[in-house]
Design a binder for this molecule. Sequence first.
Ligand code: NAD
Ligand code: MG
Length: 388
Amino acid sequence: MSPSRRSVALLGATGSIGVQTLDVLRHESERFELVSVSGGEQLSELAAIVSEFNVRRVAVKSVEHRATLSELVAHDVSIVVGDEGLDELASGADVVVNAVLGFAGLPVTLGALRAGKRLALANKESLVAAAPLVAPVRDTPGAQLVPIDSEHCAIHQCLASSPARPGYPDVRRLLLTASGGPFRGWSIERLRGATKADALRHPTWSMGAKITVDSSTLMNKGLEVLEAAVLFGIDAARVDVVVHPESIVHSLVEYVDGSVLAQLSRPDMRLPIAYCLGLPERLPLHWGDLDFTSSMALTFEPPDLEAFPALSLAYEAARLAGAAPAWLSAANEVAVEAFLADAISWRDIVALVASTMDHYVADPMTSLASLYENDAAARRWARASLQN
Ligand code: NAD
Ligand code: MG
């Protein structure tokens, strides 16, 4: 490897963010070397990535997957397994892209920060769930947490314009933009008939199934409020949501003097991915080009909190703090899986999360063991509600 190249670990390489990260790496092979990858169930796609990029280290979910993968890859490759495998790969590269889906991405988030690496984070669920445990590992010398999530990446860029002070006293509030998803403007009555096909038809972004469903319920925005609070060390009460259907303004920062900064680009995740890989440099790529030679309208409207109760649930979880956000996210994972398996209706997703939260017992959650216990308890309650 050339000494000037930055090594990259891409965990969750076969998913939507993973594939887009590979695209950035293909364009930037002079600057970056992909040294390790992981994948869930899509083993032939994973094998193709390993072969194309000549990757030497891979993490898979099980020993059965290891056996299958080693038959599919021609060159010599070290294959590690499970959470320990993810943790190992997350500590062995300059930049660690966490593109794993859901709570399963936890070992990557904690492992990269604990090892003092740059964590380019797409996996919001791990940060939301592990909030009380992230602060100490984030203090590891060298550790850097940069958000791939487009809204947070936008805020990261806006905040870079003034000196960082703990708690950002100059900032009145952060404004996260939301496309509104496929059901923007639908009445509560009409939402009763929302189908899986409707929910999976996102108007502006092409993403994995879970986050697409989360966008349709606005739970994605709720998780993002919690994510922003952890990332920027700001109370969730200072994080607002505004619906912006064009998905051009990726988020805004309002300062105490009334000034508002925003970051704009076309909705293409390769731009925030490249930003996180390249920092402090910007990579000369053109996926974000906007055409200012033709007229362009940017509109903003408040979210409909009655039709989309997920947002209020997220603010309530933020207020409760401790393990409450972990419960919210775990219950939501169970609910979305059930919805994608046609076991519940669209409206039942957030109802299931709400009924699970009724069982939450306050817990400050100060250890990893207690995070796993809380995650398991929330999933148990959510699954029990599914039976009723
Ligand atoms: P995806 O479902 O397309 O891909 C997920 C990846 O994780 C795949 O490689 C899959 O094999 C792997 N994976 C899934 N379950 C696993 C498990 N139990 N153990 C190990 N690996 C597992 O998801 P995505 O849309 O790429 O999203 C990934 C993360 O990025 C999510 O947290 C999502 O919220 C976040 N995110 C995605 C987008 C987007 O545009 N897709 C935007 C912002 C944030
Ligand atoms: Mg987002």
